[in-house]
Design a protein around this ligand. Sequence first.
Ligand code: CU
Length: 110
Amino acid sequence: MLRRSRIGSWAITGGIAAATLTGCAGADVPDAVIEISNVQFSPMDATVEVGDTVEWRFDDGGLLHHVESPGEFDSGITGEGTFSYTFDRPGTYTYTCSIHPYMTGTVTVR
Ligand SMILES: [Cu+2]
């Protein structure tokens, strides 16, 4: 009896989570995700369309990083969380990490 009620409870929780995700899909789901781990951007080069949102995920065990493209976007220095930017003009955007200058990446917007 107890076991069955636990399973039922999990099913309800899952249903709510799925509904919440679906409800936010239009605004919050990035068009491209760039992982920051092992002191590099992955992928280093991303291509998106005008109007797309790119999300960088700081996932390097708390190591501080920075996503910076002077005059375009700047995540600030952080070791956790995410940074999103929506590109509304075509072009090739180069960015670096000010803490680790050898960390570079590009976003091509077409
Ligand atoms: Cu860095």
